[in-house]
Structures are given as C-alpha cells and as structure tokens.
Design a protein around this ligand. Structure first.
Ligand code: CP
Ligand code: NVA
Length: 335
C-alpha cells in the first residue's frame, strides 16, 4: 500500500510512478465525492499556512477550497503582510510555522526556499510553484489527460514554448515517470537543462517513454495526443525579456495548423493564465508595443479546444486536495 504521510511535495522527481498513480486515484475519488456532495472533512481541527510570494488565482483558490472541504482552516500570508524574507529568514519562519501549522504551501521563487521550509518546519510542505517546478499543476494535467485520453502510457505530449522553466521542466519529469513521450518543441536555447534531461531519460527508460527535444514544429507535434503551452514570460522575470521572447517564440505559437498536425483526437492544454486575446492589461500592452493580438496560442485554438483547459483548472483543486490529504493522513478508503 502507498503511504505518503509526513512527506513534502516539492517536485515530482521525489515520487515514483506508483505514488503518482495513487495521487491521481485519490484525486478522482475526491472529485467524485465533491460532485455527489458527500462531505469529506476528516481533517477537521488541522491548520495550514499558505505563503504566496507571487500572484495566483487557481492555486490559491484550490488550496483554500480543498482545505475547507477537508475540514481544515487556512492562514494566507503574502510578502506585504508577513516578515518572510525581509525581516526573518526562511529557516526561522519555517521553525515558527512548523509549531503552529500541520502543513505549509509555498509559491514563490527558488526551489531552495521550499526545500528549506520543508527541512526546518518538520511538517509537509507543498510546492505551489517555484521558478524551477510546478508539481501540483502536473498532477492536474495528468488527471485531465487520463479523463480525456484514457491510459497515459504510450501517449505523446508536445510542449511548445519556453521549455526550460517551471512548466517545461515539470511536465518532462511527470511524463518520464508516467510513460508518456515528451516532446519539447522550442528554439534550442529554450530546451530544458541537460542535467535534468539526463535524469528524466533514466526514468523514461524505466517507464518506456521517450524524450525528444526539437526545433521543428512539424516533427515535434506530429500525431501528438496533447499539445501544451504556457506563457512566454513567467512571473518574476524582467519586463525587458518580452521583445526577445516574442521574436524567438512566435514560430512556436499553438495555431490551428499545429493542432491539425497532431492526432485527430488531440487535446490542447494550458496551465493558465493565457494570453490568447486582448482582454488583459498585459495583452493590450503587448499589442500596443508589438502589434500582437495573441501570444502563445491563437484565440481560435483556445476557444475551439477550451473544454479540457478548464477541466485542467478545476482539477487543480481535486489534485491539490489529494496531495494534502495523502501527506496528512492515511485514512482514505479509495478502493
Ligand atoms: N496554473 C496556475 O498555477 O494558475 P495560478 O497562477 O492562477 O495559480
Ligand atoms: N510559467 C508560468 C506558470 C504559471 C502557472 C509562471 O511561472 O508564471
């Protein structure tokens, strides 16, 4: 039997295929309970802290709703309302929070911060996104693929865009572990780091997956079961990278031609938020400066393929609930 009690959830590197499959099964179980209005507040009396050093819609809402569904209370901390980093070290903060809370979520910058929180707090720490990894997002993506495509093994996911940041890195790890062929389709300088690719190739050998890094859109997306993209400039990156990113990544935008080149049942995936139209402040600003009406995906693709994308967003909540539940208690009867 899989038990994850007491473990932190910092990167999927630390989890086996069996453990990830267990988390997906537990997510599906909680999703069913939620749809059937069955209460599952077995963690009543527990408290968790939610630290957000970067902005969020899905992740924060998912942690809050999931915690409340499980019966837990939440305390939200942002950089303006806490001492974290500026007046108090991560180590001291972890020591303090570990005495009050049963678990801690962290969204922010370097991976070493979640590692330090985990080391010094003595309670499970959940990575809500760092520069390097976004593991709770990948669980939602895998659950969504399972729902729309079925068996994960042997499928192909093509990731287009900046493949060396949190989403590209984490998808490559998740795919390698679960037996999904991973294609990074990007200019060479946006390929994931070699050391991580080498690590993933080892897991891929065990799971039967392949890892392909290619600059060729046609080759990289041919027959793919899922085409995935993310924003071209991530939270915390400097403003002045926009021009270069637009120049480099425009050929890697997800268009109808890309979708037609993928499998005829292919789904489009995106972690969101997405710049597919001009209904955002940044979208308008980029349009004014560079004349673009969309960025990583066309509005046509986004609207034609939006079903799974919003399922992915909903699945953030069910999968985050599973991560908290599994690391805080063994008593879930998912059979
Ligand atoms: N996908 C995701 O993490 O969304 P938020 O930034 O809104 O949390
Ligand atoms: N790469 C994006 C992911 C957002 C969910 C970012 O870090 O901003």
């Amino acid at each position: 039997m899989v038990s994850l009690v007491g473990r932190s959830f910092l990167t999927l590197k630390d989890f086996t295929q069996e453990e990830i499959a267990y988390l997906l099964d537990l997510s599906a179980y909680f999703k069913k309970l939620k749809k059937e209005n069955v209460l599952h507040d077995r963690l009543k009396g527990r408290n968790i802290a939610l630290i957000f050093e970067k902005t969020s819609t899905r992740t924060r809402c998912s942690f809050e709703v999931a915690a409340h569904d499980l019966g837990m209370c939440t305390t939200y901390l942002n950089p303006q309302s806490s001492q974290i980093g500026k007046k108090e070290s991560i180590e001291d903060t972890a020591n303090v929070l570990g005495r009050m809370f049963d678990g801690i979520e962290y969204r922010g910058f370097g991976q070493e911060i979640v590692e330090s929180l985990s080391k010094h707090s003595g309670v499970p720490v959940w990575n809500g996104l760092t520069n390097e990894y976004h593991p709770t997002q990948i669980l939602a993506d895998l659950l969504t693929m399972r729902e729309h495509i079925g068996e994960l093994k042997g499928r192909t996911l093509a990731y287009m865009g900046d493949a060396r940041y949190n989403m590209g890195n984490s998808l490559m790890i998740g795919c390698a572990k679960m037996g999904i062929n991973f294609h990074a389709v990007a200019p060479k300088k946006y390929f994931p780091e070699e050391a991580l690719v080498a690590e993933c190739r080892k897991w891929a050998e065990g799971s039967g997956a392949s890892i392909v890094l290619t600059e060729d859109v046609k080759e990289g997306t041919a027959g793919a079961d899922a085409v995935y993209t993310d924003v071209w400039v991530s939270m915390g990156e400097p403003e002045d990278v926009w021009e270069e990113r637009i120049e480099d990544l425009t050929p890697y935008r997800v268009t109808m031609d890309v979708m037609k080149n993928a499998s005829d049942k292919a789904i489009f995936m995106h972690c969101l938020p997405s710049f597919h139209d001009l209904d955002t402040d940044i979208g308008k600003e980029i349009n004014r400066k560079y004349g673009l009406t969309c960025m990583e995906v066309t509005d046509e693709v986004f609207r034609a393929y939006s079903g799974p994308v919003f399922d992915e967003a909903e699945n953030r909540m069910h999968t985050i609930k599973a991560v908290m539940a599994a690391t805080l208690s063994d008593e879930w009867d998912i059979k």
